[in-house]
Design a protein around this ligand. Structure first.
Ligand code: NAP
Length: 487
């Protein structure tokens, strides 16, 4: 068996999972490049009050590392971060992680990849596996005068913990998953909390129950139970949300009705009207899962502001009706540039083709994992991955297992350079484009899913179709090169 040299870009959930799988396969010759000062990816970056996972924690875990100790059904962010760090330690990945090391790019020399870091180091690899994340680049809104605000202002992904919050006047701009979680996280602490809502959203207030010590003990004694729970929630989520987003039919009707029904938790009819989405259908954007959100507006210190923002001045926000809202803190829950996959890293593939040019208009991939002319590059949670309503961990694991199959082929000497053909990639993407009209994302709402080409950059079929597509490489779709033996 040959020894593959593997570079993993990103020490988030996908990268750490990939590294653990390499370890499990007995491969030690890999490095994990992480630009920040710790592993954990989005769970390291996001530390805002109220952060929790919006899938059941038992479904948002590596299948090879079931965690008996989840404290809640939807686990808090710090707990997930600690879990990923623990997995990195337990599976021997931590010594392979190069922290504060940003990959500038890599170039294919006809046999292998020469990778360069921003601080000028170079190393050669047989494979590059990317796990650089999707929601990485914060979107800061262009609000006139924002830079003149005299208080503290920061994006949710760059929370400034030195800023005191207790008793202060806080604005949350944006009511996506982040803004809603922030309202839950800040309502009790803030002196006055304002949620700036531009477009009402659909909210599913699933209760978030705590697990007892007895439950944790049982899951520790019977680890297989954790996997049963994983499969149970996977089945339920895929049969409901996973189906409703891509297939018109009764499930979509039921899910829509549930979204409407939940609004009746808002007792004040006027507030309910203001919180009711007018155009967008339920599920057209990522569902917002947050128990207790509607009830926060019953507190005297929490206010919904649904008049547009005119400008910001040193004392606070001035809304379109001329009212000045005096503030101490502005939290921007305004989302991300979600189509900047891998950027600003540059890959130069076969024939000098540059990733930045190939993805000039909109990123795309072959079955979410690979690209023509970029042999031995495998992407985790890349363009067109089924992440709109599924737990990212499971999606990444499917892709990691696929990458492992490619690496094992190389290891056995059956291939040296593997890339999907341009024809297979074009055929797959034509099928993808043809499938979009029946998805809920194409029903007319704006969302971060929609790319520069006007199409949602998501997997437009069922989650199980993604697993089938990556169960084994369809070798007729791949261009496979053999080189003279390497010593
Ligand atoms: P988002 O869903 O893109 O929402 C951004 C919000 O900011 C929207 O309400 C948007 O209003 C508002 N906004 C943007 N620019 C604005 C402006 N100039 N003025 C006023 N409002 C403005 O972002 P997000 O909430 O950060 O969520 C992004 C994704 O992260 C989610 O889809 C989800 O996948 C993920 N997420 C997951 C979790 C989790 O628990 N796992 C938690 C948080 C986030 P409009 O609606 O009018 O555009």
């Amino acid at each position: 068996m040959r020894t593959p040299r593997v570079a993993i870009v990103g020490g988030g959930p996908s990268g750490i999972g990939m590294a653990a799988k390499l370890k499990l396969a007995g491969i030690d010759t890999f490095d994990v490049y992480e630009q920040s000062d710790d592993v954990g990816g989005t769970w390291r970056a996001n530390t805002y009050p109220g952060l929790e996972i919006d899938n059941p924690a038992r479904y948002y875990q590596y299948r090879f590392a079931p965690n008996p100790d989840w404290s809640q059904f939807f686990a808090p962010g710090p707990e997930i971060w600690a879990y990923i760090k623990r997995v990195a330690d337990d599976f021997g990945v931590t010594p392979h992680v190069l922290l504060r090391t940003r990959v500038a790019g890599a170039e294919w020399d006809g046999r292998a990849w020469l990778l360069r870091t921003e601080d000028g180091r170079e190393k050669t690899y047989d494979f590059i596996v990317t796990g650089a994340g999707v929601l990485v680049h914060p979107r800061v809104p262009e609000l006139p005068g924002l830079e003149t605000f005299a208080g503290a202002c920061f994006h949710s992904a760059e929370w400034d913990h030195s800023v005191p919050l207790a008793g202060r006047r806080i604005a949350v701009i944006g009511n996506g998953s982040t803004g809603v979680q922030l309202v839950n996280g800040l309502a009790e602490t803030a002196g006055h909390l304002e949620l700036y809502q531009r477009t009402p959203q659909w909210v599913w207030p699933f209760p978030n129950h705590r697990y007892t010590r007895m439950t944790k003990w049982v899951y520790r004694k019977l680890p297989w139970l954790n996997l049963v729970a994983y499969r149970f929630w996977q089945f339920l989520f895929e049969a409901s949300f996973g189906r409703a987003v891509v297939k018109p039919g009764p499930m979509r009707t039921v899910m829509s009705a549930m979204g409407r029904l939940y609004l009746y938790r808002v007792r004040d009819p006027d507030l309910r009207r203001r919180l009711t989405p007018s155009g967008a259908k339920p599920l057209c954007r990522r569902i917002i899962v947050a128990a207790g959100f509607y009830e926060q507006f019953e507190r005297p210190n929490v206010e919904l502001v649904d008049v547009g923002i005119d400008h910001v001045e040193p004392r606070g926000i001035v809304t379109a009706d001329g009212v000045l809202h005096e503030l101490d803190v502005i939290a921007l829950a305004t989302g991300y540039h979600g189509h900047e996959y891998l950027r600003p890293m540059e890959l130069i593939g076969q024939g000098g083709v540059r990733l930045s040019e190939v993805w000039d208009r909109e990123p795309f991939a072959y079955r979410s994992v690979a690209l023509p002319s970029f042999p031995n590059v495998l992407m985790m949670v890349g363009p067109g991955s089924p992440i709109a309503s599924n737990a990212l961990m499971g999606v990444a694991e499917t892709q990691q297992d696929f990458a492992m199959q490619m690496i094992e082929m190389w290891r056995r000497g059956e291939a040296d350079a593997l890339a999907p053909s341009a024809q297979a990639t074009e055929r797959y993407n034509a099928e993808r484009r043809a499938a979009y009209p029946s998805t809920i994302w194409a029903s007319g709402c704006s969302s971060w899913y929609i790319g520069a080409d006007g199409l949602p950059n998501m997997w437009p079929w069922l989650p199980k179709d993604h697993r089938r597509a990556l169960a084994a490489p369809e070798l007729s779709d791949w261009e496979i090169e053999r080189h003279a033996a390497r010593t």
